[in-house]
Every structure is written in C-alpha cells, then in structure tokens.
Design a protein around this ligand. Structure first.
Ligand code: THU
Length: 138
C-alpha cells in the first residue's frame, strides 16, 4: 500500500471513531476495512449495559463487509483513544478481533494502527497473531 492509500484509510478510521457508542468505557475506537476490490467499510465500537455484549470497531467493520458479500480484504486501519482527548497511543486489535481477521484474511493482511494520518504503524496479520488457529488447522 502506498502512503496516500494508507492516509485515506486512516482518515476513514478517524471519522468512524466519531460514531463510537461508548457510555461505559468512554474509549472511542474507529476502524476502516479495505476490501481487495477497493470498497471501504467503516466500524466503531458499540457498547451495552450488559458489558460483554459490546462489539469492537474492527469486528463491526468486518460484520458490515461480510454481510454485504465481501470476502477478500487487503487492510484495516484502527484508531482509538479516550473520549474528548487527543489520541495518546496506538490501539492494537484485541485477541478476539485478531482471531476474526484470521478467519477472513491472508497472513499478509495489513493492520494499520494510527494516532493520526501522520503517525501510524503497519503490521501484518502474521506478526500480530503468530501460530494462529484457523480453518487450515481443521
Ligand atoms: N475496543 C475496540 O473497539 N477494539 C479493540 O480491538 C479493543 C477494544 C473497544 C471495546 C470497548 O468498547 C472499548 O474499546 C474499551 O475496551
């Protein structure tokens, strides 16, 4: 991915973050998932009074995409931080989201964790979930 495409995806993640529904954690996360055909699906975290019923931003984006028939993915950008504050650190996907990515993505799928369009890091799926369990193991 070139720098321009990365910045566009990060921008989409930052705008998705504005929609986060976080009355409990006050931690807003946005994600933008790029399909191999160029389509982008945005997602945010959506919490619930029954805390365990919350869904992360990354899985929101995947569920939106897969439910629209998308199956092939190139990259996801993720941006997270406390409500009403500038983004402090890089918000890495949680374990469940990493497992979700493993279901639909190749090991070279790119994860971009961003603080801004100027400050981000790129990783492969293999890097963030090595020795993962997927359909190949069944
Ligand atoms: N969260 C995400 O949206 N993505 C992650 O990968 C980690 C955590 C959300 C879940 C919850 O709404 C809030 O961040 C605090 O854990």
């Amino acid at each position: 991915m070139d720098e321009r495409d990365i910045k566009k995806l990060v921008e989409a993640a930052l705008s998705a973050r504005e929609k986060a529904y976080v009355p409990y954690s006050h931690f807003q996360v946005g994600a933008a998932l790029l399909a191999k055909n160029g389509n982008v699906y945005k997602g945010c975290n959506v919490e619930n009074a029954s805390y365990g019923a919350a869904i992360c931003a990354e899985r929101t984006a995947f569920v939106k995409a897969v439910s629209e028939g998308e199956r092939e993915f190139a990259a996801i950008a993720v941006a997270g931080g406390r409500e009403n504050e500038s983004i402090q650190g890089y918000a890495y996907p949680c374990g469940i989201c990493r497992q979700f990515m493993l279901e639909f993505c190749d090991r070279d799928f790119t994860i971009i964790v961003a603080r801004s369009t100027e400050d981000y890091k790129c990783h492969s799926l293999e890097e963030i979930i090595p020795m993962g369990f997927s359909a190949d193991n069944l």
